[in-house]
Design a protein around this ligand. Structure first.
Ligand SMILES: Nc1ncnc2c1ncn2[C@@H]1O[C@H](COP(=O)(O)OP(=O)(O)O)[C@@H](O)[C@H]1O
Ligand SMILES: [Mg+2]
Length: 355
């Protein structure tokens, strides 16, 4: 018998459209002999709707897909999911949502209350990974190097910017200033001198009242995908982000402008560095108590130092996103990745407290 899988996409975050493209990819690749997909969308204003599975969820004539606002409403509560009075009979949920209200433990909490199996990290791991100020000390406690830095809350900056500025100078410029709970490089600035600091902190605080200031790490950006297979987290081959030299760093434009970046797979780095990154990625996954999948992003310095930057519990998941590409390069197809995730979801190891 096939299981009914609710693919949830869209959402209130700035990554609404990317999430829809990911849903389109999963719809096209899911093994229909085992799974029957049900497409649930969250509109940009937060309404839940049932979307026909033949709705266009790909880029058509340059137009990005979104969740339609005129589809029938879905009720999601402790009893599960229903539409127009009928139980949607969902067995497994695939929350293909990025950022706040998707990747931060909130929807995971709703699914726990409803006692429905779901793909990916549980409540705690999702919430911790979303907030870099919590994830970093946990990585460090597990022996994974992180960039030196400090947390700057808006209220503290307002009351004592002089002392904070001194601490930042002690790190040494350039520094990166970014929101603690950001994504897509939004609100992130490379600051080369003290004169540019206040504007960068104001920019980060316009996204999040908690900002991170970090010493700028000089090195390449290397990513590793983790997939749990039969309960064991496995690391993919690692990929190196190649950024057009006109960009100062991997900023929003570099990420989303056509052709601005590509990924070198496998990364042309020495075997010892690649192995260290793969081992560190699994350590990071375990350190946060993740489940199912994660993309773990690192810096590799010229001297061979491996420094973790962040862990994403629901990375971009379109057919052409880095995560599926890294698995394809490792020998596991997009469809197989989806099947591993759905099989893992049924084991319910994510729980409220995570793995
Ligand atoms: N400490 C740092 N040193 C060097 N580059 C950094 C640092 N922090 C952030 N960056 C740059 O900014 C980008 C976005 O920062 P990141 O922490 O990954 O946030 P996001 O969650 O928005 O992806 C990184 O991919 C990298 O290019
Ligand atoms: Mg990042």
């Amino acid at each position: 018998m096939t299981q009914r899988v609710a693919i949830i996409c869209g959402g209130r975050s700035s990554e609404h459209e990317i999430s829809c493209i990911s849903a389109g990819g999963v719809l096209a690749a899911i093994d229909r002999s085992a799974y029957e997909p049900v497409l649930i969308g969250i509109t940009k204003t937060g309404a839940w709707v049932l979307i026909p599975t033949d709705h266009t969820m790909t880029i058509e004539n340059g137009v990005l897909p979104t969740v339609p606002t005129d589809a029938p409403a879905v009720i999601a509560d402790v009893a599960g999911f229903s539409c127009e009075g009928k139980d949607l009979k969902i067995d497994i949920v695939f929350p293909l949502l990025h950022g706040p209200y998707g990747e931060d433990g909130t929807i995971q909490g709703l699914l726990e209350m409803a006692d429905i199996a779901y793909v990916g990290a549980g409540v705690l791991a999702s919430a911790v990974a979303m907030d870099k100020s919590f994830a970093k000390p946990i990585f460090a406690a597990h022996g994974i190097a992180t960039a030196p830095g400090l947390v700057v809350k808006a209220a503290e900056w307002k009351s004592d910017s002089d002392t904070i500025t001194k601490s930042i100078s002690a790190l040494g410029y350039p520094v990166f200033v970014k929101p603690a709970r950001g994504g897509s490089s939004r609100g992130t600035t490379k600051v080369k001198s003290e004169a540019q600091l206040a504007a960068a902190i104001a920019e980060a605080h316009s996204f999040d009242s908690k900002a991170m200031v970090e010493k700028a790490i000089v090195g390449s950006e290397i990513e590793c995908a983790i997939l749990e297979i039969a309960g064991v987290p496995q690391a993919s081959v690692v990929g190196k982000i190649l950024i057009d030299s006109k960009f100062e760093f991997y900023d929003f434009e570099a990420k989303y402008l056509d052709g601005a970046t590509s990924i070198e797979l496998p990364a042309a780095i020495n075997q010892a560095a690649a192995d260290k990154i793969r081992v560190s990625a699994i350590q990071a996954f375990r350190a946060l108590g993740c489940s199912g999948l994660a993309r773990v992003d690192f810096f590799l310095t010229e001297s061979g130092e491996v420094i973790i930057n962040e862990l994403n519990t629901m990375p971009g998941f379109t057919a052409t996103s880095v995560f599926p590409k890294m698995w394809a390069a490792t020998g596991i197809s997009y469809s197989e990745v989806i099947t591993h995730l759905l099989q893992g979801a049924e084991k319910r190891t994510n729980g409220v407290l995570g793995n």
